[in-house]
Design a protein around this ligand. Structure first.
Ligand code: OGA
Ligand code: MN
Length: 221
């Protein structure tokens, strides 16, 4: 890097640079992969939230609201929702809020709200191929996943494998290494979590459109 490049880089707030990279990748191909990208205070906040919620993890369900059910053949992770009542995750929620506003400005996405949960996959746990949203059935538009696993080795498995539409050939496989961030359009990219040889921690979040009808939030939480 030349001195001028270094000065210019230092002059730009780092978050905006990352947000710009995310926006550019999303606009170009509908997904974004940013290895080791999550800012340290944000990652720290998630690690603190993991410690604070370790007793609150419950087996994840599939589906929405009252139709949600557990299916151990589909997914085996345990999750803990992160809302305002979880003060440790504040920096994460603030970062996602700043990203939401940025993407709305840059790409006119109309992202309205956000929800997220921590996930723990014990060794051997998986989440079979699925979509985070189905056209017309949900208001999830954009999925974000970040990883909290220090020292993850490539031979330890646990990849997030992403497909395009109904293709059986994967588009890419993401190693769940520390502070890596992945985003994708929720309806367009089926994906799966492969089993790992060690405990695997991630945070998954969804930016939603506003489908509020008669004051009733859809879907209910
Ligand atoms: C999910 C999900 C991916 C991951 O929770 O819906 O797909 O890599 N998570 O943890
Ligand atoms: Mn998913």
């Amino acid at each position: 890097m030349t001195t001028i490049e270094a000065i210019n880089r230092a002059a730009e707030p780092p978050d905006t640079t990352l947000f710009a990279q995310i926006a550019e990748q999303l606009a170009e191909r509908g997904y974004a992969v940013c290895p080791a990208a999550l800012p340290e205070p944000v990652t720290d906040s998630l690690v603190a939230a993991l410690a604070a919620t370790s007793e609150q993890f419950v087996p994840a369900a599939i589906g929405r609201g009252s139709s949600a059910e557990r299916n151990r053949f589909v997914r085996r992770d345990k999750i803990a929702w992160l809302d305002e009542r979880q003060p440790h995750a504040a920096a994460w929620r603030q970062w996602c809020e700043a990203l939401r506003l940025y993407l709305n400005q840059r790409l006119f996405l109309g992202l309205f709200s956000f929800e997220s949960h921590l996930a723990h996959y014990a060794p051997g746990d998986f989440y079979k191929r699925h979509r985070d949203a189905f056209r017309g059935e949900s208001n999830r538009l954009l999925s974000v996943v970040a990883y909290l696993n220090r020292g993850w080795q490539p031979d330890q498995g646990g990849e997030l494998v992403i497909y395009r539409d109904d293709n059986s050939v994967p588009l890419l496989a993401v190693t769940p290494s520390f502070a890596s961030v992945v985003l994708f359009l929720s309806e367009e990219f089926p994906h799966e979590v492969l089993p790992a040889q060690r405990d695997r921690y991630s945070v998954a979040g969804w930016f939603r459109l506003n489908n509020t009808i008669n004051g009733q939030l859809d879907p209910p939480r």
